[in-house]
Write a protein that binds this ligand. Structure first.
Ligand SMILES: [Cu+2]
Length: 332
């Protein structure tokens, strides 16, 4: 199986794959130049002074060679960097040749048509995720998980409400900071279905290491089905047990911090829980999502992630806690 977060084993057709190709050229090129220079140094020590043409070496090896090599590498890396913002580019060499007018760039779409926009807001220590639909910037709100269709460009608009965070999905794209007062942009695209891990890559306080999430890439039809479902309000409890869970939620302080669309819970300082049961992880990639971890998180959030902004809820009985966890788990 593919590694979920590896810059050297990137998802096919992604920005990370372009960066990987660029990296390989630089590593191999650097290694070859190092070997040649070392060989020349040894030769210089051993050879008789007279057999060396000093002028040729200074002008050729000291001036012409670095200028040509560095200029070529600069153009190559600029071409790749530019390609990361274009849609449908998959090959670093092709992008480089296009700088000289070689090859066909006409299949490339202009930057902004038909792009799916997703807002990602960094918080200490979780991620709010909002999908734009029909011109609405918050048509679908969730947390700690991004889903996107394969073979389609997605534009992330990244911001933060507190300190600097940094979004890095190593298998999919380069890293970009989330800076207070600014919106940064990052393009994601891949042809490969999978579940990739993203992490916060800029120290942002005590639980920085537990600020991760998943980027799930899926078939466009599956994605559309998923997005339709995310736009719906939460389903009502269907039996007495889930009803107990629902009541437990509203007896506690949960609704002051969490929104569950379709219920009276409209708090905004914590993640939107409308479809929390359908997510892969809890608490920003910290726990796999199932009834056991849900109960553990509710009763022991401060043990799992000390200092995070959700208090542990110790007032529930075992049955209430189980029912509450089952109800939240049913919100898919
Ligand atoms: Cu962070």
């Amino acid at each position: 199986m593919k590694h979920p977060a590896s810059a050297i084993d990137p998802a096919a057709g992604s920005g990370a794959a372009l960066i990987d190709q660029l990296g390989n050229v630089l590593y191999v090129g650097g290694a070859i130049i190092f070997i040649v220079v070392m060989a020349l140094a040894v030769y210089g020590v051993l050879a008789k002074a007279r057999s060396v043409n000093a002028r040729l070496w200074v002008l050729g090896g000291g001036l012409a060679f670095p200028i040509v090599t560095l200029a070529t590498l600069l153009m190559y890396s600029l071409a790749v960097g530019n390609g990361l913002n274009a849609i449908g580019s998959s090959n670093a060499l092709q992008l480089f040749l296009e700088c000289f007018g070689i090859g066909d760039a006409s299949g490339r779409e202009p930057a902004n048509d038909g792009v799916l926009r997703i807002h990602v807001v960094g918080k200490q220590w979780w991620w709010e995720v909002r999908y734009e639909r029909d011109g609405q910037s918050a048509a679908v709100v969730l947390a700690n998980e991004i889903r996107m269709p394969t073979n389609r460009a997605v534009e992330l608009l990244l911001s933060t409400t507190d300190v600097i965070h940094s979004f890095w999905a190593p298998s999919l794209a380069g890293k970009i900071d989330m800076i207070p007062g600014r919106t940064t942009r990052l393009r994601l695209q891949t042809s490969e279905e999978g579940s990739y891990r993203a992490l916060c890559a800029e120290y942002c306080g005590g639980q920085h290491a537990l600020m991760a999430m998943f980027v799930v890439t899926q078939d466009p039809t599956d994605f559309d089905t998923w997005l339709e479902r995310q736009a719906l309000p939460a389903s009502q409890p269907t039996d007495a047990f889930l009803e107990t869970g629902y009541d437990a939620f509203f007896r506690g302080e949960c609704h002051e911090c969490h929104t569950i669309r379709g219920t009276p819970a409209t708090g905004t300082s914590g993640p939107d829980l409308t479809h929390v049961g359908g997510r892969k992880s809890l608490a920003a990639g910290t726990l796999n999502n199932h009834i056991g971890t849900m109960a553990g998180w509710i009763a022991g959030s401060q043990e799992v992630k000390p200092g995070n902004k959700m208090p542990s809820s110790l007032a529930y009985t075992g049955v209430e806690l189980r029912a509450l966890s089952a109800w939240l788990g049913s919100l898919e």
